[in-house]
Design a protein around this ligand. Sequence first.
Ligand SMILES: NC(=O)c1ccc[n+]([C@@H]2O[C@H](COP(=O)([O-])OP(=O)(O)OC[C@H]3O[C@@H](n4cnc5c(N)ncnc54)[C@H](OP(=O)(O)O)[C@@H]3O)[C@@H](O)[C@H]2O)c1
Length: 293
Amino acid sequence: MVARPADVNVFVAGGSGFVGRALCHVLAARGHDVTAASRSPDRAALPDDVATVALDVTDDGVGGAVEGHDVVANLVALPAHVRPARSHETVHAGGTRRLVAAAERTGVERFVQVSALGVAADIDTAYFRAKRRAERAVRAAAPESVVYRPSVVFGDGCAFVPFLERAVPPVVLPLPAGAGRLHPMWVGDLAPMLADGVVGPGHTGKTYRLGGPEVLTFAETVRRVAGDRVVVPVPGAVAAAGAAVADAVPGVPVGRDQHRALRHDNVAAPNDVSAFGVAVDDLLTLEAYVDGR
Ligand SMILES: NC(=O)c1ccc[n+]([C@@H]2O[C@H](COP(=O)([O-])OP(=O)(O)OC[C@H]3O[C@@H](n4cnc5c(N)ncnc54)[C@H](OP(=O)(O)O)[C@@H]3O)[C@@H](O)[C@H]2O)c1
């Protein structure tokens, strides 16, 4: 029997995270039964009618947790700057393999994978290597899965905007010359598109590249968030040396991987938002979001 949309029972792995919470809110508002899972889900950040379950995707027991659900959406993530590199392999690639295998074994009807735009650009960082392997594992195990590749996502509770506000010096930001462009997207625009892929018709087997209304250089992105900064390009070798030093400092959220990632474009071309009946001009700009806070 095919479930009617209102009956869909969705397991959101990583449902307590920044994007996962937004997805849970949209799904619950649309009348679905939602379970948010993570190692320590924060009930207070979720609607009352969303159930929570403690789950580590690197442990056994994933199968028991997903069993009985119609759809599994995977939004488990480690922040890109987390070191060592093997933790990305364990959580992003290994955790995804476990989840999709469990979903297949227990008869889940649809798997939804939130990947990242950089997987297609062949960016050689621990985060993107693991995200690439995760996406391949999903396609191999469950070819009808729905895969999303968003560019950087902003909104209340994101890491990106506060990082730019905190991390850049008050006046001058040294930036590697030749840094790539970003395509920032508001979480309030992304979440309904994810919810459509979770329950809507016509999305199975698809991969969606998603970005916001503007393609921005990193310098332009910084100015949208913290307008008074002067962005000074520094030669690649100098930036690389700085990143190597930062790599050795525990807790510093930039390093060689971030330096490598920054040099690539993170742009959805084409931007697949039209697959969700949305026009690019209807999306919220980063500037409008920052001004409206
Ligand atoms: N935010 C962006 O700009 C952006 C851009 C492109 C793609 N994405 C993708 O979008 C998805 C969601 O990202 P996000 O920004 O929402 O990340 P996030 O805020 O860091 O949330 C990550 C979630 O994963 C959970 N988690 C981490 N390790 C886990 C484990 N071992 N087992 C189970 N749960 C675990 C976390 O909860 P606990 O700590 O309680 O376990 C949290 O719920 C990810 O696939 C990410 O790669 C994000």
